[in-house]
Ligand binder design. Structure first.
Ligand code: ADP
Length: 152
C-alpha cells in the first residue's frame, strides 16, 4: 500500500498547544504528516519570525519521525499536490471555524480533485487557544507560556 501522506497547513503565528495536539493525533492516522507553514515571502506581515518558528516546531517533534515541517509560498492545494499528499488536515474549534473551513475545503478540492480534507475536532482543553489571542497577549507583555509547546 502506498504510504498515507497528509499536510497540516496553517500560519502558525505562533504554533500552539492546540496545533501540537492536532499533529500528534493526526500522526496516529497517517504514515507521514507534513506541517506546512504558509508564508508569503513578499509580505512581512507575521508577528513571529518564520524561520525561528519552524525551528521551534522541529524541536517539538524531534522524536516523532513521521512529522516534518516545511515553509510554502504557493496555493495550499498546489503544495499538497507537489508533495504527493492526498490528505489535508485542519482543526475545528467551533462553528466559526466550520464556516470558514467548509468553503476552503471545497475550493481546495476543486483545485486538486483527489485532495481530501480531514477535520479533527479540538480537544476541550485546547479549544480556547488561538494564535491571534496569543499574539495580542504577548504584544502587551502577558505570559503566554501556558499556551505554547516551547519557550518563546
Ligand atoms: P490559518 O491561518 O490557516 O487559519 P492557523 O495557524 O490559525 O492557520 O490554524 C491552522 C489550523 O489549526 C486551522 O485548521 C485551525 O482551525 C486549527 N487550530 C487552530 N487552533 C486550534 C486549536 N486550539 N485546536 C484545534 N485546532 C486549532
Amino acid at each position: 500500500m502506498t504510504p498515507k501522506k497528509a499536510i497540516f497547513p496553517g500560519s502558525f503565528d505562533p504554533f500552539t498547544r492546540g496545533h501540537e495536539d492536532i499533529v500528534r493525533r493526526a500522526s496516529k492516522l497517517f504514515d507521514e504528516v507534513i506541517i506546512g507553514l504558509g508564508h508569503n515571502t513578499k509580505k512581512h506581515n507575521r508577528y513571529f519570525e518564520v524561520n525561528g518558528m519552524v525551528e521551534k516546531i522541529q524541536t517539538v517533534f524531534k522524536d516523532e519521525p513521521k512529522v516534518s515541517v516545511q515553509i510554502y509560498n504557493e496555493l495550499t492545494a498546489g503544495f499538497a499536490q507537489r508533495l504527493g499528499a492526498d490528505y489535508l488536515i485542519r482543526g475545528l474549534r467551533n462553528t466559526t471555524d466550520f464556516e470558514y473551513e467548509n468553503s476552503i475545503s471545497q475550493v481546495n478540492r476543486y483545485l486538486f480533485k483527489d485532495l481530501e480534507t480531514i477535520f479533527l475536532i479540538t480537544s476541550p482543553e485546547y479549544a480556547a487557544i488561538s494564535s491571534s489571542i496569543i499574539r495580542e497577549v504577548h504584544k502587551y507583555g502577558g505570559d503566554v507560556s501556558e499556551f505554547l509547546p516551547f519557550e518563546i
